[in-house]
Structures are given as structure tokens and as C-alpha cells.
Ligand binder design. Structure first.
Ligand code: ATP
Ligand code: MG
Length: 204
């Protein structure tokens, strides 16, 4: 019998280790059997919150699920995701007037937020809608344009299997507590800080 080479020994050890990892992962997968409509929050100061939300909408649409999008910030540029997803039957409800980073007219901002919140509530009450994206909604709660208790009630009362994604910085603690999955995107660096302007396809 010939001795095993160092390479063969390494390969066997590697295989044994990977088998252990696989067994542990398989066990966890087998234990996760529940299915429910999820509330997901993507918050933090880094780039990638809205794009993560739209990524899940794109996935859902790709599987034939019915999705709806509500954007709580008035768009300054046209929105690449909207241009694409509307062609695939995804309705967009966008805050038409009022709140932008420039205008800070509390009455107009509240009215605009309330108007689009009515559209959001309809989606949250519609059992035929599988996934809802509430993009930049956190700011509406921070500024008090929408009532937090009303939002929590609408989320709690939504159809059992409906998924909801909320994006925006500084998400309120009570929404974080209510959520099933929460990701905080941290900024390590951003091109804007090096004087690079927003880029089509990357930033909007
Ligand atoms: P994206 O839409 O690219 O996923 P986001 O939703 O995480 O970004 P927002 O806070 O909604 O971020 O801001 C949207 C815009 O601001 C985008 O143009 C994005 O590139 C830019 N932005 C995001 N994070 C930062 C940052 N840390 N510094 C500077 N600009 C940022
Ligand atoms: Mg965003």
C-alpha cells in the first residue's frame, strides 16, 4: 500500500470539514419550516437600501408574484426601477408634491405624505398583493407626517402571507421590533464624498 500524499491528506480533511458544515446547515434548513408574510426593514446610512428593496420586488415579479411600490420621497430624477417594473405591471404610487430635501413646508409635506399613505394602506389591505415596497417610509415617521400607531396597525392587519419591505435611514425602534428581518447598511465610503455626482443606473 502506498502512503497517502500530503495533498491527499489535505483533501480528505477538507472534505470531512465541509461535510460537517453541510450537516449543520441542513439541520437548520430542516428546522425552518414556517411560512409567513414577512416584514423586512433595510435601514442605516450606507448605500443599498432602496436597491435592496427593488431587488426583492424584481425577484418577486420574476416568480409571477403581484407587487406594489410606494415612494415616500418626491423623485427628482426619473427612476430606472419604475421605468422597468411598470412595464411588468407593478403599480407605483409616488409622492407627487411636497417633501423633498429642499422644501420644508410642514403643511404641504404632511398633505403629500398623507395622500400617498392612503395608496399604501390600500395595498396593505389587498390580499391579492403579495409584496409591497414602502420606499423611504422611515422619514415620514421621523417627521411625524404619518402616525406611527396607524402604520403599525396597518402592518399588523395586513394579509397573512403579504411581504412588506420598508427602507430609509433611522427606522423607528417600534418598526424594527415588529419586523422579522432587519438589515442595517453601513457606509464604509461613498463616491459622492470624493466629489463624484450621482450616476445613472447606479444612483437612480
Ligand atoms: P440606493 O437607492 O442607491 O440603494 P439608498 O436607498 O441606500 O441608496 P438613500 O439614503 O435613499 O440611499 O439615498 C439615495 C441616494 O443617495 C442615492 O443616490 C445614493 O447613491 C446616495 N447615497 C446613499 N448613501 C449615501 C452615503 N452614505 N453618502 C452619500 N450618498 C449616499
Ligand atoms: Mg433609498
Amino acid at each position: 500500500m502506498t502512503d497517502k500524499s500530503q495533498e491527499e491528506i489535505k483533501a480528505e480533511r477538507y472534505k470531512a470539514r465541509q461535510q460537517k458544515v453541510k450537516a449543520a446547515v441542513d439541520e437548520k434548513i430542516a428546522a425552518a419550516t414556517d411560512s409567513k408574510g414577512l416584514l423586512l426593514v433595510v435601514t442605516g446610512n450606507g448605500k443599498g437600501k432602496s436597491t435592496a428593496g427593488f431587488g426583492m420586488i424584481a425577484r418577486s415579479v420574476g416568480h409571477g408574484l403581484k407587487a406594489g411600490v410606494v415612494q415616500f420621497i418626491k423623485g427628482t430624477w426619473d427612476c430606472g426601477e419604475r421605468n422597468l417594473l411598470e412595464q411588468h405591471g407593478v403599480p407605483f404610487y409616488v409622492m407627487a408634491t411636497g417633501f423633498t430635501w429642499e422644501t420644508q413646508d410642514k403643511t404641504a409635506d404632511t398633505e403629500a405624505a398623507q395622500a400617498v399613505w392612503q395608496d399604501a394602506k390600500k395595498l396593505l389591505a389587498d390580499p391579492t398583493v403579495d409584496v409591497v415596497l414602502l420606499d423611504e417610509m422611515t422619514y415620514m415617521l421621523t417627521y411625524g407626517y404619518i402616525d406611527l400607531d396607524e402604520v403599525i396597525e396597518a402592518l399588523n392587519d395586513r394579509p397573512e402571507m403579504q411581504h412588506v419591505i420598508i427602507t430609509g435611514r433611522a427606522c423607528h425602534r417600534r418598526i424594527v421590533e415588529l419586523a422579522d428581518t432587519v438589515s442595517e447598511v453601513q457606509s464604509t465610503k461613498h463616491a459622492f464624498q470624493s466629489g463624484i455626482k450621482v450616476q445613472k443606473g447606479i444612483d437612480w
